[in-house]
Design a binder for this molecule. Structure first.
Ligand code: SF4
Length: 403
């Protein structure tokens, strides 16, 4: 049985998406075709590292043998006197552009035009961000730091773009994003930020107070509160399952939309070439399947329209059975009571000792329960609303009528 490697966020994501792709990348070490937007992100990150590094004042860590000062005032390195006195600045605009030119890479762009567009975008956003940093200098305690830990037995690691000291003395995890669109929800649901929080909490003494995705195109920090132990648990569980899969060498291909940007289609068993002799037969089956699906959708629409038309006529004429030439359509009524669960839960409060209901069926059970006070049952019943659904069924024209 193989030993599971230390998981990074991207390795975990890759395995979740497709274990076989993970194997091609992390076991067989097959190279991927460079892509312009990845190159762009990498270069911008490297320049930002040079931009912010002059401001870094390392902070107390949990591990032995590393930096140990806890506040700016404890920082006594004379070469960092400017930082300690708060007079340090990020590198100037000329130095920034020189760094950008030095680090620029043309890898992966599909055309000179595309490369020029990205290059100009990078120049613009870096200069703007430098101005922002000069106006409101952060207090970083590290940039592009590699952190590694065992998270309840699970080996994990990652490079954290930046860790800032907050005004209250805690830490803020900052992850730069060069992508086009980003929202507050992305920060709230980001597993990457969750993992970085774990790495930082296991490494530094100060608590993590904020998690931030920094959207560089709009210079918007999308901040969220740190995760709790309870909200981190599902990620730990999923990462543990990924580690188990790798340990068991479970590398099944898992095709999906992501295959469109996978470089390994030529060797992937899911994309095996079809033998020439079988190709026409299989293509005909796909066409037939496609046509049947279209028929299915059309029939579903027609069925719903016909039932609605029959229903209207039956309502107007007060009918419940309508005879056709081969069968009889019989109209049925189904009544269901609905309860707003979000309103019923608080009505029970903590005093009744009854757990909030999770479904309408559970509410109905409460309404029948003599242990629930009658007044409370009456109030719950009043929140209910009655829903009536009509539907048609066919009977044989020759079958005896149940009228
Ligand atoms: S082509 Fe799809 S199924 Fe095959 S390895 Fe790539 S992602 Fe996995």
């Amino acid at each position: 049985m193989a030993v599971a490697p230390t998981l990074s966020y991207s390795s975990y994501r890759t395995y979740l998406e497709c274990p076989l792709r993970w194997k091609y990348l992390y076991v067989e070490r097959r190279p991927e075709t460079p892509r312009g937007y990845f190159t762009f992100g990498r270069v911008v990150h490297a320049v930002l590292e040079e931009l912010v590094r002059p401001l870094v004042v390392p902070s107390a860590r949990r591990r032995e043998g590393t930096e140990s000062q806890t506040t700016l005032h404890d920082w006594t390195d004379p070469t960092r006197a400017a930082v300690a006195s708060g007079a340090a600045e990020p590198i100037g605009p000329e130095a920034l552009l020189a760094s950008y030119d030095r680090l620029w890479s043309s890898d992966g762009y599909t055309s000179p035009d595309e490369e020029a567009r990205y290059r100009s975008l990078g120049r613009e956003l870096l200069l703007k961000y430098r101005e922002e940093l000069a106006r409101h200098p952060p207090s970083p305690v590290s940039v592009e730091e590699h952190l590694e830990t065992r998270w309840d037995g699970l080996p994990v690691h990652g490079y954290v773009d930046r860790i800032d000291r907050t005004p209250a003395g805690g830490l803020e995890v900052v992850d730069y994003k060069t992508s086009r669109d980003l929202s507050g929800e992305d920060a709230e649901s980001s597993d990457q930020l969750s993992l970085y929080q774990v790495l930082v909490e296991h490494t530094y003494r100060a608590p993590v107070e904020r998690l931030t995705l920094l959207h560089l195109r709009s210079l918007t920090p999308l901040r969220t509160l740190p995760r709790t132990a309870r909200t981190l648990e599902p990620l730990h569980q999923r990462m543990g399952e990924v580690a188990d899969g790798i340990r068991e060498q479970a590398f099944e291909p898992t095709p999906g939309r992501h295959c469109q940007r996978c470089d390994f289609r030529a060797i992937c068993p899911e994309f095996r070439a079809i033998p020439e002799a079988d190709a026409p037969r299989l293509a005909a089956l796909v066409d037939r399947f496609d046509a049947l699906r279209a028929d299915e959708r059309r029939l579903e629409r027609e069925l719903a329209q016909t039932a609605a038309e029959l229903h209207r006529a039956a309502e107007e004429m007060g009918l419940h059975r309508v005879e056709g030439s081969r069968s009889v359509a019989v109209r049925h009524r189904e009544v269901a009571w609905q309860y707003p669960l979000e309103a019923v839960g608080p009505m029970l409060g903590g005093s009744s000792g009854t757990a909030p209901p999770a479904s309408a069926e559970e509410v109905r059970r409460l309404l029948r329960d003599p242990a629930v006070p009658a007044e409370l049952r009456r109030r719950i019943a009043e929140t209910g609303s009655r829903r009536v659904r009509w539907y048609w069924e066919l009977e044989d024209a020759d079958a005896p009528s149940r009228r």
